[in-house]
Ligand binder design. Structure first.
Ligand code: UD1
Ligand code: CA
Length: 486
């Protein structure tokens, strides 16, 4: 498809509707899929056309919607729709917000999330090449219920769009269901000649079954004044489908995910089970990444080549280095170095930085910690507000006691340190390079480089205690058998 078209004068994104069928306190277009709101998807597609003006028409839950769309797109022009209902009125007010425009005006919906930049620019190119007054993005659907029907003349040009309810009424009044039976539908997405649009909208009335100012009436009026009205037909029905309720939200969300997974697989990523792998739109995956089942990659997560993620892993804004392995892990705002190893059953909280070839093993929680290259935190522990030097080996069950009940303090552990199992670091405390701690040590004072720190009391063993105090117990019985053998 030639993309020789010039960028449109404006894209108007309609977002004033109430979205009642979502049954939600959250405005419909703020619901999200693939880590982005519905209106965010719509605005991104619109932005791809590089229009002179990008307009959102709002009304329902105005403040929340406006806050959100301006955060998503600070250049956006906000147009408020008044009490007159209908898509025609919405576009009219969108135009009023930017003043008279020459050139192409594109209209899209805030609740149609799968529309791609490619289809939009193909619509604009077709519109401009054919010198149309209006070009409608249409589709042939198995069930046209709810949609406006595209009515064509003998030359295949569009004469009018008849709304679903009006088509049914017409069939009832005349006994002729020809129009109601049409399966080519109006997607609601169009390219208009800006001057024709402004002129014809001024003539549109609310004289119809729904008492609304229909944008679709513009087509008949444009044609009546001699303009050419045609369609650009898309084969991809999902691209023009809107979200009206939560079943459609889930269905289109799954379709978006299927498309993203397909794109990544084509780019050289192995996704073992695409149906249980969820990838947000802003995630980046390198070639030869492997993703195992039940994995969710969210936000700006970025995975380097050769890394293996999953199974059962959720990463939010996590950066994973080349050839690293991350299994059964939940991580947020963490950095995992090249060749490093995380999991299973590991919880990485914000600020965790694991150096190259390092390890955070089973049942570990980490937060705000810099772990040097090759350092290992293999099993059962908590490391928070700490620095751990290169190649240090943190024993099983070590804890940084970082919180004194009021403030958080840091633990600084040097390079090549070896800590015994169940060491507790009572922060603030520092351990020098190459120091050791004994099993069960509670470190309250700094340990110099190369020292061994221990503070466990000498073990006391009371012989025969079980046999005397618990003579009838299974333990005592086992002890007697052991004593007889020896
Ligand atoms: C509209 C079209 C119909 C098309 C269908 C595709 C008209 C008259 N009809 O149907 O031909 O097949 O879309 O989905 O245009 N909106 C506003 N302000 C309003 C009314 C709607 O901003 O006053 C916005 C909604 O938020 C939504 C979009 O316009 O994003 C479409 O509104 P909706 O009511 O769903 O469309 P229909 O009128 O049923
Ligand atoms: Ca709709």
């Amino acid at each position: 498809m030639p993309l020789s078209s010039s960028s449109p004068a404006a894209v108007i994104v309609l977002a004033a509707g109430a979205g009642t069928r979502m049954k939600s306190d959250l405005p419909k277009i703020l619901h999200s899929m693939g880590g982005r709101s519905l209106v965010g998807h719509a605005l991104d597609a619109a932005t791809s056309l590089d229009p002179d003006h990008l307009v959102a028409v709002v009304r329902h839950q105005r403040e929340r919607v406006v806050d959100h769309v301006l955060e998503h797109n600070p250049q956006l022009v906000i147009a408020d729709q008044d009490d007159i209902p209908g898509t025609g009125r919405a576009v009219e007010q969108g135009l009023e917000a930017i003043g008279a425009v020459d050139g192409t005006v594109v209209v899209t919906y805030g609740d149609v999330p799968l529309l791609t930049p490619e289809t939009l620019s193909a619509l604009v190119a077709e519109h401009q090449d054919a010198k149309n007054a209006v070009t409608v993005l249409s589709a042939n659907v198995p069930d046209a219920t709810g949609y406006g029907r595209i009515v064509r003349d003998d030359n295949g040009l569009v004469t009018q769009i008849v709304e679903h309810k009006d088509a049914l009424k017409l069939a009832e009044d005349t006994g002729d269901s020809t129009i109601a039976d049409i399966t080519e539908i109006n997607s609601g997405i169009y390219a208009f000649d800006g001057a024709v649009l402004a002129r014809t909208l001024a003539q549109v009335s609310t004289d119809n079954v729904q008492g609304e100012k229909y944008l679709t009436d513009v087509l008949g009026l444009a044609r009546a004044e001699g303009g050419r009205v045609a369609t650009y037909v898309t084969e991809d029905l999902m691209e023009v489908e809107g979200v009206n309720d939560r079943t459609q939200l889930a269905a289109l969300g799954a379709e978006l995910n299927r498309r993203l997974a397909q794109r990544w697989m084509r780019a050289g990523v192995t996704i073992v089970d695409p149906t249980t792998t969820w990838i947000d739109v802003d995630v980046e995956l390198a070639q030869d990444v492997t993703i195992k089942p039940n994995t969710q990659l969210h936000g700006t997560t970025k995975i380097a080549t050769g890394a293996t993620i999953g199974p059962d892993t959720t990463l939010v804004d996590v950066v994973v280095g080349e050839a690293a392995t991350v299994r059964r892990t939940e991580g947020t705002e963490a950095v995992i170095g090249q060749g490093a190893n995380v999991g299973p059953f590991t919880y990485l909280r914000p600020g965790t930085v694991l150096g190259d070839t390092g390890k955070i093993g089973a049942f570990y929680e980490t937060k705000n910690v810099n772990i040097g290259r090759g350092a290992k935190l293999s099993h059962l522990g908590y490391a928070g507000d700490a620095d751990i030097g290169e190649n240090s080996n943190i024993g099983c069950g070590n804890i940084t006691a970082n919180y004194d009940g009021v403030n958080k303090h840091r633990t600084e552990i040097g390079a090549e340190v070896r800590t015994g199992s169940n060491t507790v670091f009572t922060a603030p405390v520092a351990i020098g390079d190459g120091a050791y701690t004994a099993a069960g040590a509670v470190i309250r004072q700094d340990v110099p480089a190369g020292a061994l720190a221990m503070n466990a009391v000498k073990q006391r063993t009371i012989e025969e205690w079980v046999l005397e105090r618990r003579p009838d117990s299974a333990a005592a019985k086992a002890a007697r058998i052991a004593n007889e053998k020896s």
